[in-house]
Design a protein around this ligand. Sequence first.
Ligand code: HEC
Length: 258
Amino acid sequence: MKHVAFGTNLETTYTEWKNSPYRSEDPAKNIPCQGCHMYQKPGIPATGSTDRPLNPGSAADDSVDRPHIFTHYFVGANSYVPGLLNDTAKAGMAVERLQNAATLSLDTSRIKDKTLSVTVANTGAGHSIPTGVADLRQVWLEITIKDKSNQTGFQMGVLDDKQELPENTIVFRVVFGDGKGNKVVNIAKAREILKDNRIKAKEKVTELISLPSAPEKGSRVTVRLLYRSMDPALLKQIPGDPFKPLPVVEMAKAQAKI
Ligand code: HEC
């Protein structure tokens, strides 16, 4: 979806998929949107990193049995709106999908030099993570290092008491600009893309984190990849402040001992 006046790419899920390894001229290898999204049912996330079993049956009482009946939950990743509508099965499916979208790995070999390396791999989505309204979605790294006596020595990306992300958090997202390099939240003013560090389908992104000091031996590093549909600061701008902060979904987690 492009901005009508400025032509800025606002939502690019289809292009992201078209440029991904899931798109193939060979019909046997091509996995279209439906290949994941319409194979999902409760307990079967059907992503690029899981099985996507056929759902045999018949579409109506009197019709013939077919090898696959496309499921129509089409949940996407939004674990909140379906929950609002009391559709807990859908919210649960959104969570299952998010939990089978990416993996995390840690490299602590340079920890003595105060450097931690974290790699996020998009193993399950047929497009970038996040996709769709990728300027609103929050996918971020939460990093904590605790010493032997369980005292927190370092943390990054831990929600503050207003449920907001600290300034230095590593967030995978799109940031729009006004054409002069200033960030804009209102997409009506989006003349340019200032940043897009999302994780493309079947690709990896490595982040190097500089630590203020080298953690002592016996410390434990925990990194989580977290997802939230929207920043509470944005929700607060809705008149009447009707929403509580949205739930946070753990997409992946990795731990290492120093
Ligand atoms: C290989 C499996 C796969 C394919 C193919 C795929 N998706 Fe997804 N989709 C996922 C996974 C996993 C997620 C959850 C992680 C995320 O948000 O990227 C997701 C999330 C979404 C979301 C929700 C984003 C949000 O945060 O609200 C939308 C919308 C979506 N997909 C649309 C599409 C469309 C349109 C296509 C085809 C052009 C497509 N998907 C192809 C696996 C897939």
